[in-house]
Design a protein around this ligand. Structure first.
Ligand SMILES: Cc1ncc(COP(=O)(O)O)c(C=O)c1O
Length: 367
């Protein structure tokens, strides 16, 4: 069996270092916002080439607190993509604002900037681009629209830590960048964790207050806050893993190159990822478009190859967003992607032999 993701092999390699890191936290007794959290915030900010990092409980909370820090709420509109994980949009809804879904570029699966520009109204307050699968969205065009209309840009970089757009790291381009350390992410904790990175010291300070119940000093509260702190135990684990992250990113990129070469040589009628020339893709997922996608997935399952569909139903068509009144066919590129995409096994330890086996099984299906 070749799983879509194998976390155990990586853990086996890190076992002693992880045990020592967790032991250190247990001995220190500093379980909430301990020294490892502060150290990790600086290390992740440095990795993202950003000035500040604020550790929070999850990637979802990174988005939720960012919206709150930017004072986005009832009556506001926030433009985003429908082809993403639900948290990109449900955090907008929780803020009281309305998500405005616009279609994607069918080549990259990321927001189409021309459609973003066309969707701006006097109520628009922010844009939330998602760097899907680990490839940055077209940030120059998005930042230009934001500047023209005075909008905030919240990068959903949950899948894209370490990705680069014209040499700048994901998360460092907009006003804030939201990271997820969910266990399956390129930098994954052993539980939920997330971080907001920003170059804006005032926003960083607001986020720090928001995550600790809205006050700097215990039992004194200036604003309506949250309890959303990055757990020290997870921070200690993440500090160990961060030291390996570049090695893992390069292994993912090498595996992606190998997939693309093998698939091209196999003659299988699938579309391999389109990578923009000015980005560094970090392949959180290696996602193809495949004719007869569901039958292919079933065939691969029978051959012992795990796959996943990220994401089968775009958000504008979810029951959750029935009230937006968007009919099927309204965002055709996102809807077509939902029917055609398939993510193949991708993790740093994936071997060349495993990839050959996967591609052979794909070629066999189309023969
Ligand atoms: C694009 C995107 N946004 C937001 C999130 C939410 O992150 P988390 O699961 O850490 O809350 C995820 C990951 O799950 C994601 O993939």
């Amino acid at each position: 069996m070749i799983p879509i993701l194998d976390l155990k092999t990586q853990y086996d390699q890190l076992r002693d270092e992880i045990a020592a890191a967790i032991q250190g936290v247990l001995e220190s007794g500093a379980f909430v916002l301990g020294p490892d959290v502060k150290a990790l915030e600086q290390e992740v900010a440095d990795y993202c080439r950003c000035r500040h990092g604020v550790g929070v409980a999850s990637g979802t909370d990174a988005l939720r607190l960012s919206l709150a820090a930017l004072e986005i709420g009832a009556g506001d509109e926030v433009i985003t993509t429908p082809f993403t994980f639900v948290a990109t949009a449900n955090t907008i809804s929780h803020s009281g604002a309305r998500p405005v879904f616009v279609d994607i570029d069918p080549l990259t699966y990321n927001l189409d900037p021309a459609l973003v520009a066309a969707a701006v109204t006097p109520a628009t307050k922010a844009i939330v681009p998602v760097h899907l699968y680990g490839q940055p969205a077209e940030m120059d065009a998005i930042m230009a629209i934001a500047e023209q209309h005075g909008l905030a840009v919240i990068e959903d970089a949950a899948q894209a830590i370490g990705a680069e757009y014209q040499g700048r790291r994901a998360g460092s381009i907009g006003h804030v960048g939201c990271l997820s350390f969910y266990p399956t992410k390129n930098l994954g904790a052993y539980g939920d964790a997330g971080m907001v990175v920003t170059n804006d010291a005032v926003l960083a300070d607001k986020l720090d207050v928001l995550r600790r119940q809205g006050g700097k000093t215990k039992y004194f509260h200036q604003v309506l806050g949250f309890n959303s702190r990055l757990d020290t135990m997870q921070a200690a684990v993440l500090r160990v893993k961060l030291r390996y992250l570049e090695r893992w990113q390069e292994a993912r990129r090498a595996a992606a190159r190998r997939y693309t070469e093998l698939l091209a040589a196999s003659g299988a009628p699938v579309v391999t990822p389109h990578v923009r020339p000015d980005v560094r893709h970090v392949y959180h997922q290696y996602t193809i478009r495949a004719p007869q996608r569901d039958a292919l997935a079933q065939h691969l399952q029978q051959r012992g190859v795990g796959t996943m569909i990220y994401y089968p139903l775009p958000l504008h068509l979810q029951g959750l967003y029935r009230d937006l009144g968007m009919a099927g066919g309204s965002l055709p590129h996102a809807e077509a992607a939902g029917h055609e995409v398939l993510s193949l096994p991708m993790f740093p330890e994936l071997s060349a032999a495993q990839q050959e086996e996967i591609v052979a099984a794909i070629a066999e299906f189309y023969r």
